[in-house]
Design a protein around this ligand. Sequence first.
Ligand code: PEP
Ligand code: MG
Length: 323
Amino acid sequence: QKAEWKELKDAKTTTADGKNFTLGANIGTPKDVEGANDNGAEAVGLFRSEFLYMDASELPSEDDQFEAYKQAVEGMNGKQVVVRTMDIGGDKELPYLPLPEEMNPFLGYRAIRISLDRQDIFRTQLRALLRASNYGTLAIMFPMIATVKEFKEAKAIFEEEKEKLIKKGVSVANDIEVGMMMEIPAAAMIADKLAKYSDFFSIGTNDLIQYSMAADRGNERVSYLYQPYNPSILRLVKNIIDSSHREGKWTGMCGEMAGDQIAVPILAGLGLDEFSMSATSILKTRSLMKKIDTTKMQELAEKAVNDCETTEEVIELVKQYTK
Ligand code: PEP
Ligand code: MG
């Protein structure tokens, strides 16, 4: 097994019938880029930028952030790095940015909601990202988008900062993709509308499952409802992927489900373009991909989405199809 993985490190991710997928790594700091490369990552599908904020004792400056993003894109040598803008709130706190006490922090003031409100913080981050775009292939995505209006607002602020930098003579890449996380069911339901504006989607299943099932992702008493293979979740995922493809866009997944060995065959069948996971799951997933046939997986996905009633039935089906 180890020998096979070693060979797969520099290989493409190709299925038995010759289809290619992209396997990316999720990272929290630029230091994780080394591990991503060592494990054969073809991209960084999620850079959780909030760790830059959480590891500091005050708001990180534009220059500090610039250095971090630059290091990450340079380290990936031209492979795409998707940086998610600050996703604070929910269970992630900043000691120096006191947030209001809330009854339901996961349903409250968090992520893009803070960024659209505290534009000083948001614009600083966007400028740092724009400047770093010169050093590799950088993409940006916004967390917790619920509506078309939120996406348009965030994107407009991005464009404003870009224009301001260009006017000042600062060079920025002109092909930065600007996308969004798909982690709120309301957004998943209007994926066709959002796909007109967003360059790509990245499905955050950790939150998408929590919000779809109305079950706190950290509460053990309701953890039986955390069901990635439930047909309800698969239907949302399918709608997101199909909607993006109809607009000529792509969809990745950066929640835990992307590296789940039972989910991967279904996701491949649904046509997910990029799978982003913890670096240590990449080679195992590349090895699994080599064994599957996408036509067969499309049949599997279709049955899982349309015919299955329960998670258990889906698991059974995957076992049959991957025997
Ligand atoms: C997700 O919600 O699936 C996700 C990738 O974001 P986070 O786990 O950081 O909330
Ligand atoms: Mg999330």
